[in-house]
Design a protein around this ligand. Sequence first.
Ligand code: RIB
Ligand code: CA
Length: 311
Amino acid sequence: MKTFILDVDTGVDDAFAILFAARHPEINLIGVTCVDGNTNLKQVVINTLKVLDASEAGAIPVGVGATRPLIDEPRYAEHVHGADGLADLGAPESKRVVDKRPAVELLRDLIEGSKDPVTLIPLAPLTNIALFLRSFPETAKKIERIVIMGGSASVGNATATAEFNIWHDPESAAIVFNSGIPITMYGLDVFMQLRMNAEHGKSLIASGHAPSVFGGQLIKTMCERLGYEITLGDYGAVATALFPELTKTERFRVGVDTTFGPNRGMTVCDRREKYAQEGDPNFAGEAFVDVVMEIDVEAMRNLWIETISRS
Ligand code: RIB
Ligand code: CA
Protein backbone atom coordinates (compact mmCIF):
# COMPACT_ATOMS: atom_id res chain seq x y z
CA MET A 1 0.00 0.00 0.00
CA LYS A 2 1.28 3.51 -0.87
CA THR A 3 -0.06 6.79 0.54
CA PHE A 4 -0.73 9.52 -2.04
CA ILE A 5 -2.00 13.09 -2.14
CA LEU A 6 -2.95 14.50 -5.56
CA ASP A 7 -2.87 18.21 -6.46
CA VAL A 8 -5.08 18.76 -9.50
CA ASP A 9 -6.49 21.28 -11.98
CA THR A 10 -9.25 18.91 -13.15
CA GLY A 11 -9.23 18.77 -16.54
CA VAL A 12 -9.81 15.61 -18.44
CA ASP A 13 -6.49 13.93 -17.83
CA ASP A 14 -6.56 14.86 -14.14
CA ALA A 15 -9.87 12.96 -14.15
CA PHE A 16 -8.14 9.88 -15.57
CA ALA A 17 -5.59 10.14 -12.73
CA ILE A 18 -8.22 10.59 -10.00
CA LEU A 19 -10.28 7.65 -11.32
CA PHE A 20 -7.18 5.45 -11.08
CA ALA A 21 -5.90 6.71 -7.72
CA ALA A 22 -9.32 6.37 -6.09
CA ARG A 23 -9.81 2.82 -7.36
CA HIS A 24 -6.46 1.06 -7.18
CA PRO A 25 -6.35 -1.27 -4.15
CA GLU A 26 -2.70 -0.51 -3.37
CA ILE A 27 -3.25 3.27 -3.22
CA ASN A 28 -4.33 5.02 -0.04
CA LEU A 29 -5.54 8.34 -1.47
CA ILE A 30 -5.67 10.52 1.66
CA GLY A 31 -6.49 13.83 -0.01
CA VAL A 32 -6.89 15.92 -3.14
CA THR A 33 -6.07 19.63 -3.41
CA CYS A 34 -7.28 21.93 -6.17
CA VAL A 35 -5.54 24.77 -8.00
CA ASP A 36 -6.32 26.91 -11.03
CA GLY A 37 -4.78 25.71 -14.26
CA ASN A 38 -6.75 24.03 -17.03
CA THR A 39 -9.68 26.18 -15.96
CA ASN A 40 -10.54 28.54 -13.09
CA LEU A 41 -10.35 27.30 -9.51
CA LYS A 42 -14.11 27.27 -8.92
CA GLN A 43 -14.62 25.02 -11.93
CA VAL A 44 -11.64 22.83 -10.98
CA VAL A 45 -13.27 22.16 -7.60
CA ILE A 46 -16.66 21.37 -9.20
CA ASN A 47 -14.97 19.00 -11.65
CA THR A 48 -12.88 17.29 -8.97
CA LEU A 49 -15.92 16.55 -6.80
CA LYS A 50 -17.78 15.18 -9.85
CA VAL A 51 -14.87 12.88 -10.71
CA LEU A 52 -14.64 11.58 -7.14
CA ASP A 53 -18.35 10.71 -7.41
CA ALA A 54 -17.80 8.99 -10.76
CA SER A 55 -14.88 7.07 -9.18
CA GLU A 56 -17.24 5.84 -6.43
CA ALA A 57 -14.57 7.18 -4.03
CA GLY A 58 -15.01 7.30 -0.28
CA ALA A 59 -15.00 10.49 1.79
CA ILE A 60 -11.64 11.83 0.57
CA PRO A 61 -10.92 15.39 1.80
CA VAL A 62 -10.73 17.99 -1.00
CA GLY A 63 -8.85 21.23 -0.34
CA VAL A 64 -9.37 24.50 -2.19
CA GLY A 65 -6.07 26.19 -3.07
CA ALA A 66 -4.65 29.05 -5.07
CA THR A 67 -6.88 31.04 -7.40
CA ARG A 68 -4.02 32.11 -9.70
CA PRO A 69 -0.25 31.88 -10.24
CA LEU A 70 2.17 33.79 -7.98
CA ILE A 71 3.15 36.35 -10.62
CA ASP A 72 1.49 35.80 -14.02
CA GLU A 73 -2.20 36.24 -14.81
CA PRO A 74 -4.02 32.88 -15.17
CA ARG A 75 -3.95 31.44 -18.70
CA TYR A 76 -6.36 28.52 -19.06
CA ALA A 77 -6.49 25.52 -21.43
CA GLU A 78 -10.22 25.34 -22.09
CA HIS A 79 -9.53 25.00 -25.81
CA VAL A 80 -8.26 21.51 -24.93
CA HIS A 81 -10.48 20.44 -22.02
CA GLY A 82 -13.75 22.16 -22.99
CA ALA A 83 -15.50 25.20 -21.51
CA ASP A 84 -16.14 23.42 -18.18
CA GLY A 85 -12.72 21.74 -18.20
CA LEU A 86 -14.31 18.26 -18.24
CA ALA A 87 -15.11 17.77 -21.93
CA ASP A 88 -18.46 19.57 -21.41
CA LEU A 89 -19.96 16.16 -20.55
CA GLY A 90 -22.56 17.67 -18.27
CA ALA A 91 -21.75 15.21 -15.48
CA PRO A 92 -24.15 15.55 -12.51
CA GLU A 93 -23.33 18.08 -9.77
CA SER A 94 -21.76 16.51 -6.66
CA LYS A 95 -23.18 16.69 -3.14
CA ARG A 96 -19.68 16.42 -1.69
CA VAL A 97 -18.46 19.35 0.44
CA VAL A 98 -14.89 20.66 0.27
CA ASP A 99 -12.72 20.60 3.38
CA LYS A 100 -12.96 23.80 5.40
CA ARG A 101 -9.16 24.11 5.59
CA PRO A 102 -7.28 25.96 2.82
CA ALA A 103 -5.25 23.55 0.66
CA VAL A 104 -1.91 24.36 2.33
CA GLU A 105 -3.33 23.61 5.79
CA LEU A 106 -4.98 20.42 4.57
CA LEU A 107 -1.62 19.31 3.09
CA ARG A 108 0.09 20.05 6.42
CA ASP A 109 -2.47 18.12 8.45
CA LEU A 110 -2.59 15.12 6.08
CA ILE A 111 1.20 14.76 6.02
CA GLU A 112 1.58 15.30 9.78
CA GLY A 113 -1.26 12.88 10.46
CA SER A 114 -0.06 10.08 8.19
CA LYS A 115 1.58 7.12 9.90
CA ASP A 116 3.05 6.12 6.51
CA PRO A 117 5.39 8.09 4.23
CA VAL A 118 3.45 10.34 1.84
CA THR A 119 4.09 10.80 -1.89
CA LEU A 120 2.81 14.13 -3.20
CA ILE A 121 1.65 13.98 -6.85
CA PRO A 122 1.07 17.43 -8.40
CA LEU A 123 -0.72 17.14 -11.75
CA ALA A 124 -1.17 20.88 -12.19
CA PRO A 125 0.62 24.22 -11.88
CA LEU A 126 2.73 24.12 -8.70
CA THR A 127 1.26 27.16 -6.92
CA ASN A 128 -0.28 25.18 -4.03
CA ILE A 129 2.90 23.16 -3.55
CA ALA A 130 5.14 26.24 -3.51
CA LEU A 131 2.88 28.01 -1.00
CA PHE A 132 2.84 24.87 1.16
CA LEU A 133 6.65 24.57 1.09
CA ARG A 134 7.01 28.21 2.13
CA SER A 135 4.29 27.96 4.81
CA PHE A 136 5.19 24.66 6.49
CA PRO A 137 8.85 23.83 5.74
CA GLU A 138 9.21 21.45 8.69
CA THR A 139 6.24 19.37 7.53
CA ALA A 140 7.52 19.49 3.94
CA LYS A 141 10.67 17.67 5.05
CA LYS A 142 8.49 14.63 5.86
CA ILE A 143 7.37 14.18 2.22
CA GLU A 144 8.91 11.01 0.83
CA ARG A 145 8.89 12.11 -2.82
CA ILE A 146 7.16 14.56 -5.17
CA VAL A 147 6.13 13.00 -8.50
CA ILE A 148 5.33 15.91 -10.79
CA MET A 149 3.39 15.80 -14.02
CA GLY A 150 5.14 18.71 -15.65
CA GLY A 151 8.14 19.95 -17.52
CA SER A 152 10.05 18.45 -20.39
CA ALA A 153 13.61 17.48 -21.31
CA SER A 154 12.65 17.98 -24.93
CA VAL A 155 9.78 19.98 -26.46
CA GLY A 156 7.07 22.21 -24.97
CA ASN A 157 3.30 22.29 -25.45
CA ALA A 158 2.16 25.66 -24.05
CA THR A 159 5.07 27.23 -25.94
CA ALA A 160 7.86 25.84 -28.10
CA THR A 161 9.91 25.10 -24.99
CA ALA A 162 7.61 25.14 -21.92
CA GLU A 163 5.10 22.58 -20.64
CA PHE A 164 1.75 23.99 -19.49
CA ASN A 165 1.93 23.25 -15.72
CA ILE A 166 5.36 24.87 -15.40
CA TRP A 167 4.57 27.69 -17.86
CA HIS A 168 1.37 28.59 -15.94
CA ASP A 169 3.43 29.42 -12.81
CA PRO A 170 7.22 29.28 -13.36
CA GLU A 171 8.12 30.88 -10.01
CA SER A 172 6.22 28.22 -8.10
CA ALA A 173 7.88 25.51 -10.16
CA ALA A 174 11.33 26.95 -9.39
CA ILE A 175 10.52 26.87 -5.66
CA VAL A 176 9.47 23.21 -5.88
CA PHE A 177 12.42 22.05 -8.02
CA ASN A 178 14.82 23.81 -5.61
CA SER A 179 13.17 22.37 -2.48
CA GLY A 180 15.65 19.55 -1.90
CA ILE A 181 12.80 17.01 -1.70
CA PRO A 182 13.34 13.96 -3.98
CA ILE A 183 11.55 14.70 -7.26
CA THR A 184 10.45 12.56 -10.19
CA MET A 185 9.52 14.56 -13.29
CA TYR A 186 6.91 12.89 -15.51
CA GLY A 187 6.96 15.31 -18.42
CA LEU A 188 6.26 15.68 -22.10
CA ASP A 189 9.02 13.21 -22.95
CA VAL A 190 6.48 10.45 -22.16
CA PHE A 191 3.17 12.28 -21.45
CA MET A 192 1.65 11.78 -24.91
CA GLN A 193 2.47 8.06 -25.20
CA LEU A 194 -0.52 6.66 -23.26
CA ARG A 195 -2.90 7.10 -26.17
CA MET A 196 -6.56 6.05 -26.17
CA ASN A 197 -8.93 6.19 -29.15
CA ALA A 198 -12.70 6.45 -29.55
CA GLU A 199 -12.96 2.64 -29.78
CA HIS A 200 -11.40 2.33 -26.32
CA GLY A 201 -14.02 4.80 -25.13
CA LYS A 202 -16.93 2.95 -26.73
CA SER A 203 -15.78 -0.35 -25.23
CA LEU A 204 -15.66 1.15 -21.73
CA ILE A 205 -19.11 2.71 -22.22
CA ALA A 206 -20.54 -0.63 -23.40
CA SER A 207 -19.46 -2.24 -20.13
CA GLY A 208 -22.26 -0.45 -18.27
CA HIS A 209 -19.96 -0.22 -15.22
CA ALA A 210 -20.39 3.37 -13.97
CA PRO A 211 -16.72 4.38 -13.44
CA SER A 212 -15.78 2.74 -16.76
CA VAL A 213 -18.68 4.47 -18.53
CA PHE A 214 -17.50 7.84 -17.18
CA GLY A 215 -13.92 7.20 -18.28
CA GLY A 216 -15.15 5.96 -21.66
CA GLN A 217 -17.35 9.01 -22.20
CA LEU A 218 -14.41 11.32 -21.50
CA ILE A 219 -12.23 9.41 -23.99
CA LYS A 220 -14.89 9.16 -26.72
CA THR A 221 -16.01 12.79 -26.36
CA MET A 222 -12.47 14.16 -26.39
CA CYS A 223 -11.42 12.05 -29.39
CA GLU A 224 -14.48 13.27 -31.30
CA ARG A 225 -13.93 16.90 -30.24
CA LEU A 226 -10.23 16.98 -31.06
CA GLY A 227 -10.30 14.61 -34.04
CA TYR A 228 -7.37 12.54 -32.83
CA GLU A 229 -6.39 10.00 -30.15
CA ILE A 230 -6.04 11.51 -26.67
CA THR A 231 -3.58 10.70 -23.90
CA LEU A 232 -4.29 9.42 -20.39
CA GLY A 233 -1.80 12.17 -19.51
CA ASP A 234 -1.70 12.90 -15.77
CA TYR A 235 -2.59 9.30 -14.95
CA GLY A 236 0.91 8.29 -16.04
CA ALA A 237 2.44 10.22 -13.14
CA VAL A 238 0.30 8.29 -10.63
CA ALA A 239 1.23 4.98 -12.28
CA THR A 240 4.90 6.04 -12.10
CA ALA A 241 4.58 6.77 -8.37
CA LEU A 242 2.88 3.41 -7.74
CA PHE A 243 4.98 1.20 -10.05
CA PRO A 244 8.29 2.99 -10.86
CA GLU A 245 9.47 -0.29 -12.37
CA LEU A 246 7.26 0.52 -15.37
CA THR A 247 9.54 3.46 -16.17
CA LYS A 248 13.15 4.28 -17.03
CA THR A 249 14.52 7.51 -15.57
CA GLU A 250 17.70 9.54 -15.93
CA ARG A 251 19.06 11.98 -13.35
CA PHE A 252 19.62 15.51 -14.62
CA ARG A 253 20.15 18.85 -12.94
CA VAL A 254 16.97 20.79 -13.73
CA GLY A 255 16.42 24.52 -13.58
CA VAL A 256 13.26 26.49 -14.38
CA ASP A 257 13.54 29.51 -16.66
CA THR A 258 11.75 32.32 -14.77
CA THR A 259 12.95 35.08 -17.07
CA PHE A 260 10.37 37.01 -19.08
CA GLY A 261 11.64 35.80 -22.42
CA PRO A 262 10.73 33.25 -25.11
CA ASN A 263 11.66 30.28 -22.87
CA ARG A 264 9.78 31.38 -19.74
CA GLY A 265 8.59 28.23 -17.95
CA MET A 266 11.07 25.93 -19.65
CA THR A 267 12.57 23.15 -17.51
CA VAL A 268 16.22 23.39 -18.48
CA CYS A 269 17.65 19.87 -18.14
CA ASP A 270 21.45 19.74 -18.05
CA ARG A 271 22.29 16.42 -19.69
CA ARG A 272 26.02 17.13 -20.05
CA GLU A 273 28.02 14.26 -18.52
CA LYS A 274 30.86 16.67 -17.68
CA TYR A 275 28.75 18.70 -15.24
CA ALA A 276 26.51 15.91 -14.02
CA GLN A 277 28.16 15.63 -10.62
CA GLU A 278 29.85 18.84 -9.54
CA GLY A 279 27.56 21.04 -11.58
CA ASP A 280 28.27 24.05 -13.73
CA PRO A 281 28.57 27.41 -11.93
CA ASN A 282 27.05 29.11 -14.96
CA PHE A 283 23.94 26.89 -15.03
CA ALA A 284 20.82 27.80 -13.11
CA GLY A 285 19.95 24.12 -12.78
CA GLU A 286 19.64 23.15 -9.13
CA ALA A 287 18.86 19.81 -7.59
CA PHE A 288 19.09 16.53 -9.38
CA VAL A 289 15.73 15.30 -10.66
CA ASP A 290 14.74 11.80 -11.77
CA VAL A 291 13.33 12.48 -15.23
CA VAL A 292 11.08 9.79 -16.75
CA MET A 293 12.43 9.10 -20.22
CA GLU A 294 10.67 5.80 -21.05
CA ILE A 295 7.48 4.05 -19.91
CA ASP A 296 5.97 0.61 -20.52
CA VAL A 297 3.05 1.96 -22.54
CA GLU A 298 1.06 -1.27 -22.89
CA ALA A 299 1.42 -2.19 -19.21
CA MET A 300 0.40 1.30 -18.05
CA ARG A 301 -2.54 1.49 -20.44
CA ASN A 302 -3.83 -1.96 -19.43
CA LEU A 303 -3.29 -1.11 -15.75
CA TRP A 304 -5.56 1.93 -16.08
CA ILE A 305 -8.31 0.01 -17.89
CA GLU A 306 -8.17 -2.92 -15.42
CA THR A 307 -8.19 -0.62 -12.39
CA ILE A 308 -11.12 1.63 -13.35
CA SER A 309 -13.05 -1.48 -14.41
CA ARG A 310 -12.71 -3.17 -11.02
CA SER A 311 -16.08 -3.99 -9.51
O1 RIB B 1 0.81 19.90 -20.06
C1 RIB B 1 -0.16 18.98 -19.62
C2 RIB B 1 -0.61 19.28 -18.22
O2 RIB B 1 -1.26 20.55 -18.17
C3 RIB B 1 -1.65 18.28 -17.69
O3 RIB B 1 -1.51 18.17 -16.30
C4 RIB B 1 -2.95 18.95 -18.03
O4 RIB B 1 -4.01 18.48 -17.18
C5 RIB B 1 -2.61 20.38 -17.73
O5 RIB B 1 -2.72 20.58 -16.32
CA1 CA C 1 -3.49 18.56 -14.88
